[in-house]
Ligand binder design. Structure first.
Ligand SMILES: [Zn+2]
Length: 160
C-alpha cells in the first residue's frame, strides 16, 4: 500500500476527467485551453476529479470547447498550471474575520467579477496593509467583505 500525499491527488484520474472535455489529446496542451472562471470555499467537503476531498473549488471553462468543470485548488495550481496565489488564504482570512484587511488577490478577483463598486477597489487597496483603521473604515470594509463572502463562501459547492 502506498502512503503519503503522492497518491492523494491522482493525476491519471484528473487527466481522464480533463482530456475528454478538451480538444487537445495530450494533457500538456489541453491544460492551456482552460481558464479560471470562479472560486468557492465550501463548508462541506466535495471531491476533486483527482479523488481528493476538497473545500476550495476552482471553476474552469475551456476556451476552445466551451466545456466547464471544477477542480480543487491544489490541482489547479499543480496540474492545470493556473496560479491562484493568495486568493484562498485571503478568502479564509475574511471568512474568519469579515472586518480584516482584504488582500490584493481577493481585491483583484472581486473587482474582475464585478463584486465591487465605485471607490471600493481603491479603498480596499489603500487600506490592504493598514494596521489601524478608523471605525468607519472598518465598518465599510466589513460591508464589502461580507458581499465578497456571499459570492464565494457556500455550504456546499454550487452546481454550475
Ligand atoms: Zn485534485
Amino acid at each position: 500500500m502506498l502512503l503519503g500525499g503522492a497518491m492523494t491527488h491522482n493525476f491519471e484520474q484528473l487527466q481522464d476527467h480533463i482530456l475528454p472535455l478538451s480538444r487537445a489529446n495530450t494533457f500538456e496542451v489541453a491544460r492551456r485551453e482552460w481558464v479560471l472562471e470562479a472560486v468557492e470555499v465550501s463548508e462541506e467537503f466535495d471531491s476533486c476529479p483527482c479523488g481528493q476531498a476538497i473545500k476550495e473549488h476552482c471553476y474552469l471553462r475551456n476556451t476552445v470547447t466551451g466545456h466547464r468543470t471544477y477542480v480543487g485548488n491544489v490541482c489547479v495550481n499543480r496540474f492545470i498550471g493556473i496560479d491562484t496565489g493568495t486568493l484562498f488564504d485571503g478568502l479564509k482570512r475574511i471568512k474568519e474575520d469579515p472586518s480584516a484587511n482584504t488582500n490584493f488577490a481577493v481585491i483583484d478577483y472581486a473587482e474582475a467579477r464585478g463584486f465591487l463598486y465605485d471607490k471600493e477597489p481603491d479603498f480596499l487597496r489603500s487600506t490592504a496593509r493598514k494596521r489601524n483603521s478608523s471605525a468607519a473604515q472598518t465598518a465599510w470594509k466589513e460591508k464589502i467583505n461580507r458581499r465578497i463572502l456571499n459570492q464565494t463562501v457556500v455550504q456546499r459547492r454550487t452546481r454550475r
